[in-house]
Design a protein around this ligand. Structure first.
Ligand code: MN
Length: 238
């Protein structure tokens, strides 16, 4: 009986050794029956370019992922808003297949939309604006051409600003916008969405075009592991 796993928002960083340890345990506990692992963004707390993995201490995480992919497990990686600079060199080193955000996969003939989730939070206008700037190739090229130390300083100050601005925002604007979600689902012809980002794990059922629809939200890994598994046609959120 094979199994597919979905995780997101591990926010791996040297600043949180407990998180790194939980990830290491998770990796060593993955069984032979797990066929695919989907990582839906913010696996890393921040990323300063594929050439910066070592100075962040993330070369060890890459090694673990590489061991998994070498053992035959298929790995998929959707970048999040914190690790959007994860690129092709990371993919080659780890054996991950990079996926666009959003991407549609098929499980037993059912179309499933995978997304990190921040693009669904359209009420957070400040986030959407800074996202548009940082995802532009102009910003990306300029940033990646800076020396690693400077990139690290920028990343740390962006992280601090993001933490500060989150404190002043009402919870509601940092969640997904339901009518926007439904538009996206209809546009992609799906009845099921899996995302993270909001750190509010749960299963939301609603009706879309008169048919039952589902939204699975992965939780973060700050204090425990949040994993969605798919086995014999059933999703379970752990
Ligand atoms: Mn996020």
């Amino acid at each position: 009986m094979s199994e597919i796993l979905f995780i997101s928002d591990l926010h791996l960083t040297r600043d949180n050794p407990g998180g790194l340890e939980r990830f290491a345990q998770f990796v060593s506990g993955i069984s032979d029956r797990t066929r695919q692992l989907y990582m839906l963004g913010d696996v890393f707390d921040f990323w300063i370019g594929d050439d910066g993995a070592k100075i962040l201490g993330h070369d060890r995480i890459e090694d673990r992922l590489c061991t998994l992919s070498s053992s035959g497990l298929e790995l998929f990686f959707v970048p999040g808003n914190r690790d959007f600079l994860v690129g092709q060199d990371f993919a080659s080193r780890t054996g991950c297949t990079m996926l666009e955000d959003p991407s549609v996969i098929e499980l037993d003939g059912e179309r499933i939309l995978l997304t990190h989730g921040d693009t669904l939070c359209v009420d957070d206008i400040e986030h959407q604006q800074s996202r548009a700037v940082m995802l532009s190739s102009k910003w990306r090229v300029a940033f990646l051409n800076k020396p690693l130390e400077e990139r690290l300083d920028t990343a740390l100050s962006l992280r601090m600003k993001s933490e500060e601005s989150k404190q002043s925002k009402p919870m509601s604007i940092m969640d997904i916008n339901q009518s926007h979600l439904e538009k996206v689902m209809l546009a992609h012809g799906v009845k099921t969405v899996i995302h993270g980002h909001t750190h509010r794990p749960g299963i939301h059922e609603f009706s879309l075009d008169g048919l039952p629809a589902r939204r699975y939200v992965l939780g973060d890994w700050y204090t425990q592991n949040s994993i969605l598994s798919y086995r014999s046609g059933e999703f379970t959120l752990h």
